[in-house]
Write a protein that binds this ligand. Structure first.
Ligand SMILES: Nc1ncnc2c1ncn2[C@@H]1O[C@H](COP(=O)(O)OP(=O)(O)O)[C@@H](O)[C@H]1O
Ligand SMILES: [Mg+2]
Length: 230
């Protein structure tokens, strides 16, 4: 359960969402009429076969991509009416992203990687280091702050990426197959960290194709051929 006991505030409200990609002039419908509501403090897993549209939907939720049709409200903001600059601001102020491949800068140490979103957000430089160290402490890696990614294990790299996602205190954590590159034991540890973050009140939307890992979530949403199925 999230922090909003009894009182549920809507974080995400998506209605009749559609998205196509084009092959030449031919539209390929990928998201074909999705309705989805997620409350503040919820932990939702999105499951489905490869190619069913999970990442496309997650990228739209994360304001990395735009739908063609339909409405999307995030924390009351009409994302479908927001231009590209506005989407970039929403991403840096409201979201933390965690990807399968960690996406850390290989020549920067853990601390510099975690500081990066604060630079984009314009946090005063005097505050950045303390915030980044606190985020690394949260994931149990403060003692690895000066290590480069290739001096860390896969699980540690993903925890650095989680610290980077947390450092802005985002309203929403977005994770696409966050354990896909990890062995099952390390993947379970990352999932335990997600469960803790959820119990602290974070809203999490995670794509996974692992039914066992999806059990960490409050709710599992299944996709098939660009639609949510029951
Ligand atoms: N940028 C793109 N251009 C064209 N087709 C794409 C693009 N991104 C994804 N697709 C296609 O959209 C479908 C759904 O992809 P995706 O959302 O990544 O599925 P999933 O994450 O469920 O595996 C796939 O058939 C994929 O090939
Ligand atoms: Mg995917």
């Amino acid at each position: 359960m999230g922090v909003q006991q009894g009182l549920s505030l809507t974080m995400i409200k998506i209605e009749s969402l559609h998205k196509s990609y084009f092959r030449g002039d031919t539209p390929l419908p990928i998201i074909r009429g999705v309705d989805l509501t997620i409350d503040q403090g919820e932990f939702v897993a999105i499951m489905g076969a490869s190619g069913s549209g999970k990442s496309t939907l997650l990228n739209i939720i994360g304001c990395l991509d735009k739908a063609d049709k339909g409405t999307y409200h995030l924390d009351g903001i009409g994302v479908h009416q927001t231009d590209d600059d506005g989407l970039a601001k929403l991403r840096s102020s409201l979201m933390g992203f965690i990807f399968q491949s960690f996406n850390l800068l290989s020549r920067r140490d853990a601390l510099a990687n975690v500081i990066l979103p604060l630079v984009y957000q314009g946090t005063p430089s005097s505050q950045r280091q303390a915030l980044a160290i606190a985020a690394l402490e949260r994931v149990g890696l403060a003692d690895r702050a000066t290590h480069l990614p290739n001096q860390l294990s896969g699980g540690q790299q993903q925890r650095v990426a989680i610290a980077r996602a947390l450092v802005n205190k985002p309203k929403l954590l977005i994770a696409d197959e966050p354990t896909g590159a990890l062995d099952s034991k390390t993947g379970q540890q990352v999932m335990d960290l997600f469960k803790e973050l959820h119990s602290e009140g974070h809203t999490i939307v995670m794509v996974t194709h692992d039914a066992h890992l999806a059990q960490a979530a409050d709710r599992v949403v299944h996709m098939r051929d660009g639609r949510i199925v029951v």
